[in-house]
Design a protein around this ligand. Structure first.
Ligand SMILES: [Zn+2]
Length: 154
């Protein structure tokens, strides 16, 4: 398996997809497409299909798949920890909403878009060129990092 794993997740694994994106993994969730199309995309884009459906996991087509057992997103991440490698360089490099790679952005070009106190308190900003979300290492970031550390040490 290649080093930078990519995933395709069923719609009911949205929270897990968000966590995988936080960790820097390319994690696609396609809505309203058939399982057959998803399998096709997995083969074409070299993605691993993550599903909670035993039916999908036991399909005869050739594709990489992992049957996720838990209903809870925290436990789902734990299920994957033996196959995903945590790379600190990759954490928080991807938009959690749309899976795009974030780009560094100069504060001057976004100062009208975010509150003054944030501009005063943070120096590094990243932007998603697809949805326009702007990220910085604020309280939300710290909370997610704490949760991540908790997950990884338990
Ligand atoms: Zn985005």
């Amino acid at each position: 398996m290649q080093k930078n794993k990519k995933f395709l997740l069923d719609e009911n694994l949205g929270k897990l997809a968000k966590w995988l994106r936080i960790l820097g993994y390319d994690s696609a969730v396609y809505k309203c497409i058939s399982s057959k199309k998803k399998i096709y995309l997995c083969e074409k884009e070299h993605r691993i299909f993550l599903t909670r459906s035993k039916k999908i996991a036991s399909r005869k087509e050739q594709f990489l798949r992992i049957l996720i057992k838990s209903e809870k997103s925290d436990e789902q991440i734990m299920e994957l920890l033996n196959i995903i490698k945590l790379d600190n360089e990759l954490i928080f490099t991807r938009c959690t909403k749309c899976n795009y790679i974030l780009k560094d952005i100069d504060v001057k070009s976004i100062e009208n878009l975010i509150p003054r106190d944030i501009i005063d308190n943070f120096s590094e900003f990243k932007i998603c060129r697809k949805c326009g979300s702007i990220y910085w290492h604020g309280s939300h970031y710290v909370a997610m990092k704490d949760k991540l550390n908790n997950l990884l040490t338990t």
